[in-house]
Design a protein around this ligand. Sequence first.
Ligand code: UT7
Length: 330
Amino acid sequence: MNTSCIIRGMGHCVPETRLTNADFERMVDTNNEWIITRTGIRERHVALKGETCVDLCLGASQKALENAGMAASELTHVLVATFSADSVIPSAACMLSHRLGIAGRMAMDLSAACSGFLYAMETARALIVLHPEAKILVACGDIVSSRVDYTDRSTCVLFGDGAGAVVMTADAPGLSGGRVQDVLVAADGAMGDLLTVKGGGSGTPYKLGETIRHDFFVEMNGREVYKHAVRAMSGVCQDIMTRHGLTRDDVDVFIPHQANLRIVEAVGKRLSMPEEKVFTNLQKYGNTSAASVPLALSEAVADGFIKPGNLVLLGTFGGGFTWGSALVRF
Ligand code: UT7
């Protein structure tokens, strides 16, 4: 059965507080020039006022529902992609449903690090095939700052907090939004140790009274991750275009995972994608993990970077490793 899906509305939300490169110059041995030339990042929003993953997902979800012209009570499923839920139990999806004032629906968290949005979109597509009447909220949020060591200059400058959300339903005549043409996702656990957040998991548990170790935070072999990110993201974006007989000329807008401007440029080059088709907002937000792609998509639509009729290519790469691509026609 082939039921096509449509993104009916989208929204995003970031914490109030911003940390600029100048702030990091005061915190660790770094400088604005290094951060800009190596990453492109100028500032990031960080949950210093106590905002949680569910708070940001709620903000993004309310905007997505409003944008879709839908009430929360109409939702049938709530999916949250995150690695930094407010708690292990209850899940962020259960908490988000409750905050939205709904109960009795399927609510589930998904863990695919920075690729969370495409994994959740693929899951939503499968649910829509099973339940063609479904109205699915896909919220992606991370408080990466809760797992960043702000004394480690090699990681702390890279990340920010945020959330992005979309509402997906089966497509039908007369609906407006982003028609999901295809999603392609993949994973390879063999290289999982190159990017980890381990401490507190059952493989590296903490006992009562123990102080946290460095494994509690994001640990990354930046150079290796960089190489794999470029290779996997460009490969999976090429694969989805090939699968549909498309070339870069058919794509109007490319939204890659917002981790590093050099990665974005290298992927764009491999795909021969003209620079003016590539949307970036990592300069303002840093790498917001699961929120990265939906936050960029939501902003690109709101800013008018994506216009009606545009074919949008999404690409992602994250810890696990996980990666993916999608094609959406607006
Ligand atoms: O979302 C999932 C994926 N995550 C990513 O995509 C991140 C992928 N990796 C990267 O973006 C880059 O590898 C980084 C931005 C993390 C690092 O850039 P790089 O060009 O690979 O730098 P490097 O790690 O090779 O480090 C170069 C130098 C080192 O000094 P030495 O050994 O050459 O003396 C680092 O110690 O830069 C130093 N360094 C810094 N210097 C100033 C590392 N971090 C900093 C810093 N400020 N914040």
